[in-house]
Design a protein. Structure first.
Lengths: 159, 709
């Protein structure tokens, strides 16, 4: 059904008029031109398309756009918009927690949710939290280190 | 040294001799008309040469703004060469790392290059690039001497400036030197370069130059490129390789708003202004196929490979196998197997093609932009010089992004529709059209003499590919055969095969180093002592000892019940020794890899941080093909279509990974992106045997196979 969906995207109010069954991933990437959110598998199996909806990590490849009506959506572009990098982004840089970088936006946003729910996670907490996110280059060790470092840096005071 | 000097003052152009046309062309396209020092670089790697190509394959420019730009057809897909190549340049030129720009994989700005694979970049390209930079520095120093009225001897080039240390006020910047001048040189081989003791930037751990873009979403990959009026395409795909379309009805798709259907023979595509719109239209096509009877599957594949009986090529041979066999007091005969493995980069193949009159621009997710240019040219019926291929960031390749099918598809549709067209494969297409690492069989016969020295080694390889199969042990009588190779072979494999990170070597090292452990046990020795006793190669002994030292536990004759494994290899000159500690759940058969020590001697180390990252990546990725990854198929039907059934390594699999870098600055730098993955099969197989006394001959070593064995 064609509907107007209004939501907050990276701090800005946006409206899209389209079939409300369309998937958030494609609306973001095509209609809104926000391409930091990646397609990896289309079936919630890899995490590359992860965005934050009301600060919860969701796979945009399987989320109809109607479900974000009135919600706050944050993509990787919105994590540090015009401001300093988020401690997680900074930690990913400092720990070389990426290679090809294709899974990185999803990793960072999933970690954001993780730290907002548990400000003092153990390594095992992070492993189980990140388990469904795939990285083919094998940057896992650095990603874990980066998330741990960011948690320390933020010391519970989530930005 | 091969060198061509041309120094002229603008605005007069260099003489337009035939061989200079392409040089002038590049000079213009680089925007270097206001002047600058340009060095044309030719690589000694013959594979990178094609016919009618210019005699250089990289360009180094010091611009009139003092910035240094390197133009190369190599591409960045995560391996970090945009950082390590810039490090080399910074040192040789005496400029800040931050003043270097790398322009990569753009066929209009960069001279032809065959592709980025085989860990060739640092090994072949690195030293030549250094020579070019050293050459440029020499030119700049000569110019500075003239400008400053001093002797060039003793002048120091540092931070983009040249100065006389005796008279520090006598200084001039590169930008001042190059303004209004146009200096061209060519470098091939033989230039002396900065000695390793003077290197300030290389050898230092550097963070990647592209991290910021990649953590902010700013980094663009092919499918992120947007053009006005572009259409997104999906293709009708057969369910099975070799299937024939017998009936198709596209009216359902045509009825949807804004959908275009393009059909030519059996090729059917739908286009829409959104990717999901195209996907929806694809779902409305009714198609029927005739599918061939499957003749082979993932269980029968090994017999099929052996039955195909391909001719053998001798990789290496020495002594006399028959004699070796006679001398042997103990003989060993084993057959090793490995299944098809997918590349599975997280970024699927994508291309965007935009045709404007007689010219076209192509954005492609590819490891081989110049091949993509040829593919697009052929499809569009345009001369290749009219086509510009731009390679944005590539989201992983691992050898799987060298073909140009998606480029051909996008070019074909761009031509048909007159619009810019994006083709981006979905995950099913990515599995279906992947050129898998081939299933392979290795037969080894070997023997020990009465003194427990290896006396013969008879190695017969079906379809793995020959790389790393030459034995580096001291074996008097040996023969290594290779049959088939890893390239696609439609008579044998039911689908495409090709290079996969460390092609051939993963299979070869699994077989070779497993066999060594079998003999070690028969000799009554621990696997480290046995290896050292059979090695004359001191570089290999050294790296084995270095790995063992880091590991910190001594080895005992297997099975020691402790789950220690060791394996080593020579991967195109890079030496690796890996030691693993694992545990096996005897009821489930599941393997838990606790710790992996990986020592790497790749000659001179350019970026230690990058090298550690590559080791960690190789060890982690390696766990996949060693423990779980296997393509299941029935004839041309690929049963694994996504990550639910095809299992990649995950965070919970992570062992403690300890890279050990052997500093070997006297040797030229060699690659590190592939070597450390290749011993992973053997090191885990040997550790499993050490833990539970069960020898696995088939990769992957799944829990089910371990339970069975």
């Amino acid at each position: 059904m064609i509907e107007t969906i209004a939501f907050k995207l990276n701090g800005q109010s946006v409206k899209v008029r389209c079939d409300s069954d369309r998937l958030l991933l494609w609306v973001l990437r095509t209609d809104l031109g926000i391409t930091g959110t990646k397609y990896g598998c289309g079936k919630r199996l890899c995490g590359a398309c992860t965005v934050l909806v009301n600060r919860k990590a969701v796979e945009s490849c399987s989320t109809p756009v109607r479900s974000v009506d009135g919600a706050e959506v944050i993509t990787i572009e919105g994590l540090a918009e015009d401001g300093p990098l988020h401690p997680l982004q900074q930690a990913f840089i400092e720990h070389d927690a990426l290679q090809c970088g294709f899974c990185t936006p999803g990793m960072v946003l999933k970690a954001y949710e993780l730290l907002s729910e548990n400000s003092d996670p153990s390594r095992d907490d992070i492993i189980s939290g990140m388990e469904h996110h795939l990285c083919r280059c094998g940057a896992h060790v650095r990603i874990l280190d980066a998330i741990l470092a960011a948690a320390k840096e933020m010391k519970g005071g989530m930005r | 040294m091969k060198k061509k000097d041309k120094i002229s003052t603008l605005p007069s152009d260099p003489p337009p001799s035939a061989s200079d046309i392409s040089r002038r062309d590049f000079f213009k396209r680089m925007g270097a008309l206001s002047g600058g020092v340009v060095v044309y670089i030719s690589l000694g790697d013959p594979e990178s040469w094609g016919q009618q190509q210019p005699d250089f394959n990289a360009i180094l420019r010091i611009g009139t703004d003092g910035r240094v730009t390197c133009f190369t057809g190599k591409i960045e897909m995560g391996q970090g060469i945009n950082t390590s190549l810039a490090q080399m340049l910074a040192d040789e030129l005496g400029v800040a790392f931050s003043s270097i720009d790398m322009v990569m994989g753009d066929t209009s700005l960069c001279p032809p290059d065959w592709g980025t694979f085989g860990s060739l970049t640092t090994q072949y390209f690195g030293p030549t690039l250094r020579k070019a930079a050293a050459e440029a520095r020499t030119v700049l120093v000569e110019m500075a001497a003239e400008t400053l009225h001093v002797s060039p001897k003793g002048l120091i080039a540092e931070n983009g400036e040249i100065f006389d240390p005796r008279h520090p006020e006598k200084r001039v910047t590169y930008a001042q030197l190059t303004m209004g001048k146009r200096i061209e040189r060519q470098v091939a081989e033989g230039t002396s370069i900065t000695s390793s003791s003077r290197r300030n930037v290389s050898g230092k751990a550097m963070n990647r130059v592209d991290s910021r873009q990649k953590v902010t979403g700013e980094a663009q990959y092919t499918a992120d490129i947007r053009l006005p009026g572009m259409l997104y395409a999906r293709f009708l795909r057969p369910p099975v390789h070799g299937a024939k379309l017998t009936h198709v009805d596209t009216t359902g798709a045509e009825r949807l708003e804004d959908v275009r259907v393009v059909r030519e023979g059996d090729v059917v595509a739908v286009l829409h202004k959104t990717p999901d719109g195209a996907e929806k239209a694809l779902g409305r096509i009714d198609a029927q196929y005739d599918t061939p009877e499957p003749t082979v599957n993932n269980k029968t594949i090994f017999d099929h490979l052996l039955d195909s009986n391909p001719p053998s090529q001798t990789v290496t041979e020495g002594g006399n196998i028959k004699k070796g066999r006679r001398l042997a007091t103990k003989q060993f005969e084993s057959i090793y197997y490995n299944h098809y493995v997918a590349h599975a980069p997280i970024e699927p193949h994508a291309a965007l093609v935009h045709v404007e009159g007689e010219k076209a621009t192509v954005w492609a997710s590819t490891q081989a932009p110049f091949r993509a240019r040829e593919d697009a040219a052929k499809t569009l019926g345009l001369p290749s010089q009219n086509i510009r291929v731009i390679t944005p960031f590539v989201g992983g390749g691992f050898g799987g992004k060298t073909g140009g099918q998606q480029v051909v598809e996008a070019a074909w549709l761009a031509k048909k529709t007159g619009r810019p067209v994006q083709v981006a494969w979905d995950r099913r297409e990515e599995f279906f059209y992947d050129t898998f690492r081939p299933a392979a069989v290795i037969k080894i016969e070997s023997g020990l003499d009465a003194g427990n020295k290896i006396t013969y080694w008879d190695y017969d390889n079906y379809f793995a590919g020959a790389r790393s199969s030459e034995t580096f042990y001291d074996i008097p009588h040996h023969r290594v055969l290779s049959r088939g190779g890893w390239r696609s072979n439609i008579k044998v494999h039911p689908f495409g095969t090709g290079a996969w990170r460390g092609p051939g070597s993963n299979t070869n090292v699994f077989a070779m180093e497993s066999q060594i452990d079998i003999m070690a046990e028969a000799a009554g020795l621990d696997p480290l002592t046995f290896r050292l006793a059979n090695l004359k190669n001191r570089r290999m002994s050294h790296i084995l000892r270095a790995a063992a030292k880091q590991f910190g536990h001594s080895f005992a004759k297997a099975p020691s019940k402790r789950g220690y494994g060791i394996a080593c290899t020579d991967y195109k000159g890079s030496y690796v020794a890996t030691i693993a500690e694992i545990s096996v759940d005897k009821t489930t058969g599941a393997v838990r890899v606790e710790r992996v020590v990986c020592a790497l001697d790749m000659g001179e180390i350019i970026n230690p941080e990058g090298a550690r990252l590559q080791i960690e990546g190789c060890v982690t990725m390696g766990l996949g093909y060693v423990l779980e990854e296997e393509i299941r198929f029935k004839g041309g039907k690929i049963l694994d279509e996504n990550f639910d059934t095809y299992s990649l390594p995950r965070f919970s699999w992570l062992p403690k990974i300890e890279p050990v870098l052997i500093d070997n600055p006297e040797m030229a730098p060699m690659g590190c992106g592939e070597a450390p993955i290749t011993p992973m099969g053997a090191v885990i197989a040997n550790a499993i045997y050490d833990a539970i006394g069960v020898r696995l001959f088939e990769l992957p070593m799944t829990a089910a196979r371990i339970r069975q064995a």
